[in-house]
Ligand binder design. Structure first.
Ligand code: FE
Ligand code: FE
Length: 305
C-alpha cells in the first residue's frame, strides 16, 4: 500500500462525477508541495474547496496531540493545526477539520482526567483565537486509536465547545462514529443544530461495533434517511461529505456508489409526507412514522444515470 500524493488524490477525486469538494490532508504529500500547485489542481476539478485536515494523529503524536504529556509535542500539535489553518485559508477552505485521534487514554489511573480535559479545551480555544476568521470543526469518535478519547460523543464535544467560549469552533458529525458510539445520528445532529454547532458532516456506514467506513447506506439505510431528513427539516446548508475507506473496493467506484445512495436519500426526503410525519411524531406513534418512511423510501425509484 502506497500513500497517494496530494495531486494524485485530487485527480482521482476529480474523476468522480458529482463530487464538488474534497478533504485535503495536511501536511501535503510530498511535504514541500507548493501551495499554488495544490490550488491549481483543486481549481481544475472543483468549484470550491471546503476543508483541510491536519494530521495530528500520526506516529509522532502516538501519545497524544493536544493531550501529550510532553509540552513540546503539545505545542507541535497546535503548531501543525495552525499551519494547516494558514494553508486552508489560502486555498479558500470553509473550515478546518480537527480529529484529535490520539487524545485520550488507554488505562484506568493513566491520566488525571481534569488535566487531559483542560489540555484539549485550552488548545482548541487557543487555535480559535489565533484564527478568528476561520472555522474549526471537531470530529468526535468513540474510540480507536485510543481506548478512550477526549472528544468521544456529541454531548462531550458540545460541552467542551461551550467551555471554550469560541464562536468559530463547532462539530463535525461523522455518521459512522455516531453510530458505533451508540448514538442516534439524527438526534445527535439535532442537538448540534439547535446550538448552532453543526459545522460539517461525514457519511459512511458500519456494523456498529467498529468504524468500518463502508459505503453510505449499505447497512443502516433507515437511520441514514432519518439523518438526512433531519438536516433538511432544519434547512441545514452544509456539504454532504463522504468519508468512506474502501479496503478492497476501488475508491472512486465506492464514492460513486455512495453518491447514488445520497441521491436516493434526497429523492426519498422529498417524498416524505411531512404533515403526516409531524402528526405521527406529535403522537409519538412509532408504527405510523415507520409506515410513512417506508413508503417514501420504497417509492424513491431506481437510480438514474
Ligand atoms: Fe470522518
Ligand atoms: Fe472514520
Amino acid at each position: 500500500w502506497q500513500p497517494l500524493s496530494t495531486l494524485e488524490a485530487t485527480k482521482i477525486a476529480g474523476s468522480v462525477r458529482d463530487l464538488s469538494v474534497m478533504v485535503l490532508l495536511y501536511p501535503f504529500s510530498p511535504q514541500d508541495l507548493d501551495l499554488g500547485e495544490v490550488a491549481e489542481a483543486l481549481r481544475a476539478v472543483f468549484f470550491f474547496n471546503d476543508t483541510a485536515t491536519p494530521e495530528i494523529y500520526t506516529r509522532r503524536f502516538g501519545h497524544g496531540g493536544f493531550t501529550n504529556p510532553d509540552s513540546e509535542t503539545r505545542r507541535a500539535a497546535v503548531g501543525l493545526v495552525s499551519a494547516a489553518a494558514d494553508a486552508g485559508r489560502e486555498l479558500g477552505c470553509e473550515y478546518i477539520k480537527i480529529w484529535p485521534g490520539q487524545d485520550g487514554w488507554d488505562y484506568p489511573f493513566q491520566v488525571d482526567y481534569r488535566q487531559i480535559w483542560r489540555y484539549s479545551v485550552d488548545s482548541m480555544r487557543e487555535l480559535a483565537q489565533l484564527h478568528p476568521g476561520l472555522r474549526f470543526a471537531i470530529e468526535y469518535k468513540p474510540r480507536e486509536p485510543r481506548n478512550r478519547m477526549t472528544f468521544s460523543s456529541m454531548a462531550r464535544t458540545l460541552l467542551a465547545i461551550e467551555e471554550m467560549g469560541a464562536d468559530n469552533v463547532g462539530v463535525l458529525l461523522d455518521f459512522g462514529h455516531s453510530l458505533y458510539g451508540g448514538e442516534s445520528p439524527a438526534e445527535a445532529a439535532q442537538m448540534a443544530i439547535d446550538r448552532g454547532k453543526l459545522f460539517a458532516i461525514d457519511v459512511n456506514d458500519n456494523f456498529r461495533g467498529w468504524d468500518d467506513d463502508m459505503v453510505v447506506g449499505s447497512v443502516h439505510l433507515i437511520e441514514t434517511l432519518e439523518f438526512f431528513h433531519t438536516l433538511q427539516r432544519n434547512d441545514w446548508a452544509g456539504v454532504w461529505q463522504l468519508d468512506q475507506f474502501p479496503f478492497r473496493e476501488n475508491s472512486a467506484d465506492a464514492a460513486r456508489a455512495g453518491i447514488e445512495v445520497m441521491k436516493t436519500m434526497w429523492r426519498a426526503c422529498a417524498l416524505i409526507d411531512d404533515d403526516a410525519l409531524r402528526a405521527a411524531q406529535d403522537a409519538q406513534d412509532a408504527l405510523a412514522a415507520q409506515r410513512i418512511i417506508r413508503r417514501a423510501l420504497l417509492a424513491s425509484g431506481p437510480e438514474q444515470d
